[in-house]
Design a protein around this ligand. Structure first.
Ligand code: PMP
Length: 436
């Protein structure tokens, strides 16, 4: 294992890295990653939700093996291929108005949001966007430029972007009404409504702290968009496709977006993303958003297997049930661990907000979150931290997670919180893993 880490340290610098623990994975199976010594680590992140069905799911193995063996070209740009077309049909069938929708395939949430932004800008002839503080829509220039995460202040947002607070029911810094007052004021003044192309928003703000918006927020956004002819782009990259306990996370809000972006779990761990929007938007121009290997048969075969497995194994319902079990278990820990200020989420998108004290709700230092993560890793569980202050433990386990694994997760978190409170992990130990 050390050899892998040493070689990795030699070739990978800071630019492409976001790691909160020293896990060097040699292989994976189901909810577990194994290091070179064969030690099993229960993965509660699944690479930030990318491997949503677990590692090595037989349906994905079978579909990908077949697709790579019979490789029907390498590009939907250049040839139709059966896996990409079938996946497109499956994905559109999940939308409220499938006959009026088209799909574009990419490789990652970042390029999906890039494409979505360019498409709506070209289609509307408007170039202003509304987004939210804490949002993360990607690491490419277009998607990064409509994001608002505090870890991204190294890059300027796009001109004409309005960043609004995302209403957070726990800390309540801004109510839904206040957010809308700010939005309306912008639309009446410096961001004239007829110049705004779209609002881009996460249905659950994930990298910004796993925040579930209060009810009424999405309905209010939809209303304002309709009133002003502004499009609503919903970024389902992290919490879509069953993770939140409904097939689409926006299903829980009772609204229909104009454009939806998918990524991460769609490829089951392979690079795959999608933009879905109405025919008039998506037919903006030929050759408008090109990437040679987009819609390639191997990734789209994985995507097809993912969607089929979600249906066949009832994983939307499983996410709702198992998510409740996991959240309730962690909530019980809060009785003994006052550092747990809030346990929130929907389905298997769960945030554990660590605080200095539950009354003030002041975020715990990011180093504390890192210490909990390092201790969890030492005890055999892997997870990440997110949030504008880096104080929220994020759990996005496999949709296939079982009850025994949930018990293990809760026991290890319990022990890790106690150990960290007792000073078992030092600042020096976590210093190499403070990445955002
Ligand atoms: N949108 C959301 C909501 C995300 O959480 C992420 C990744 N954290 C992205 C977009 C970007 O996806 P990717 O890193 O796969 O490009």
């Amino acid at each position: 294992m050390n050899d892998l880490l040493e070689r990795d340290a030699r070739i990978v610098g800071q630019v492409g890295k976001l790691r909160f623990s020293p896990l060097a994975a040699a292989r994976g199976r189901g909810s577990y990653l194994y290091d070179a010594d064969g030690r099993a680590v229960l993965d509660l992140s699944m690479c930030a939700g990318a491997a949503g069905l677990g590692y090595g799911h037989p349906a994905i193995v079978e579909a990908v093996s077949r697709a790579v063996r019979d490789m029907a070209g390498a590009s939907l740009l250049l040839h139709a291929n059966p896996d990409a077309v079938a996946l497109g049909e499956q994905l559109l069938a999940t939308m409220p108005d499938p006959d009026d929708q088209r799909v574009w395939f990419g490789h990652a949430g970042s390029d999906a949001n890039d494409a979505a932004v360019r498409i709506v800008q070209a289609a509307t002839g408007r170039s202003r966007f509304i987004s939210f503080i804490g949002s993360y829509h990607g690491g490419q220039s277009g998607s990064m430029a409509v994001s608002g995460h505090s870890a991204m202040t190294h890059t300027l947002p796009r001109p004409g972007l309005v960043l609004l607070p995302y209403p957070d029911p726990y800390r309540g810094l801004f109510s839904v009404e206040e957010v809308f007052r700010l939005l309306d004021f912008h639309l009446e003044t410096v961001a004239p409504a007829d110049q705004v192309a779209a609002v881009i928003v996460e249905p659950i703000m994930s990298d910004g702290g796993l925040i579930v918006p209060p009810s009424g927020f999405f309905a209010g956004l939809r209303q304002r968009c309709d009133r002003h002819g502004i499009l609503l782009i919903v970024d389902e990259v992290k919490v879509g496709l069953g993770r939140s306990g409904t097939f689409h996370a926006f299903d829980a809000e009772g609204i229909t977006p104009d454009v939806v972006t998918f990524g991460k779990g769609l490829g089951g761990g392979l690079p795959l993303s999608a933009v879905v929007g109405s025919v008039d938007l998506m037919d903006i121009a030929p050759a408008f958003a090109m990437m040679t290997t987009s819609g390639n048969p191997v990734s789209t075969a994985a995507g097809g297997a993912v969607l089929r497995t979600i249906a066949d194994e009832g994983l939307v319902e499983a996410a709702a049930t198992q998510g409740k079990l996991l959240r309730n278990g962690i909530r019980e820990l809060a009785r003994d661990h006052t550092i747990i200020g809030d346990v929130r989420g929907r389905g298997l998108a769960i945030g554990v907000d660590l605080v200095d004290n539950p009354e003030s709700k002041a975020p715990a230092p990011v180093t504390t979150a890192a210490k909990v993560i390092l201790r969890c890793y030492q005890l055999g569980v892997h997870l990440l931290y997110v949030g504008l202050s880096g104080n929220v433990l994020e759990l996005t386990p496999a949709l296939t997670i079982g009850e025994e694994e949930i018990s293990q997760a809760i026991d290890v978190l319990d022990a890790a919180l106690a150990d960290v409170a007792g000073g078992a992990v030092t600042d020096d130990q976590v210093a190499p893993y403070m990445m955002w």
